[in-house]
Design a protein around this ligand. Structure first.
Ligand SMILES: [Zn+2]
Length: 154
C-alpha cells in the first residue's frame, strides 16, 4: 500500500488566473491563462514538473467557468502523457488532486473521451446528411447524369 506516495507539492492550494489574448510563451507557475479569443486555456502542470498543459475550451474539450472571482475547468485534467501522470481539478481557483490512476483507469478515461468525441462528430455529421436529399438512394441507383452523359456521345 505504500508504493504510491503523494509528493509533498500535491497539496490543495489556490491558483491565480489571467485573461490574455495570446497564451504567453513563458507561463508563471500556479496560474491559469485563459484566451477567450482563441477559446483555450493553459497552465504549467500544477505538480511542479514544468510541463505546459493546454486545455482547449470546446464542446469536446473543457468547459471554463468564471464566476467573476474564481475560475474552474471541467472535466478534470489528467496528464497521462507526462511522466508525473498528475490528475487534478481546477475548482473555484483551487487545485483538487485526484488519487493516482492505474493504467486501466487511464485507458477507461481515454475510451470515454473517444466515445464523447465520436458521438459529438457523429451528431454533427448526421445533421449534414439529413440536409442532403437521401444520399443512399443516389448511390444505389444508376446516376441519371451518367446516362445523359452516355447518350451525348451519340
Ligand atoms: Zn506534472
Amino acid at each position: 500500500m505504500s508504493t504510491i506516495k503523494t509528493p509533498p507539492e500535491r497539496i490543495p492550494r489556490s491558483i491565480c488566473h489571467e485573461f490574455v489574448e495570446f497564451i504567453p510563451e513563458i507561463l508563471a507557475p500556479d496560474t491559469l491563462y485563459i484566451s477567450i479569443e482563441f477559446t483555450t486555456a493553459a497552465h504549467l502542470c500544477f505538480c511542479g514538473c514544468g510541463t505546459k498543459v493546454v486545455t482547449p475550451i470546446r464542446p469536446t474539450g473543457w468547459r471554463f467557468i468564471f464566476d467573476g472571482e474564481t475560475v474552474s475547468l471541467r472535466p478534470s485534467i489528467g496528464n497521462w502523457g507526462f511522466s508525473c501522470r498528475s490528475h487534478y481539478w481546477i475548482r473555484n481557483s483551487k487545485i483538487i488532486w485526484a488519487r493516482p490512476m492505474t493504467d486501466a483507469a487511464i485507458e477507461r478515461g481515454r475510451m470515454r473521451d473517444r466515445y464523447l468525441t465520436d458521438h459529438y462528430f457523429a451528431e454533427t455529421s448526421a445533421a449534414h446528411v439529413t440536409d442532403a436529399p437521401s444520399k443512399s438512394e443516389a448511390t444505389s441507383r444508376p446516376s441519371p447524369l451518367r446516362r445523359i452523359l452516355g447518350k451525348s456521345d451519340d
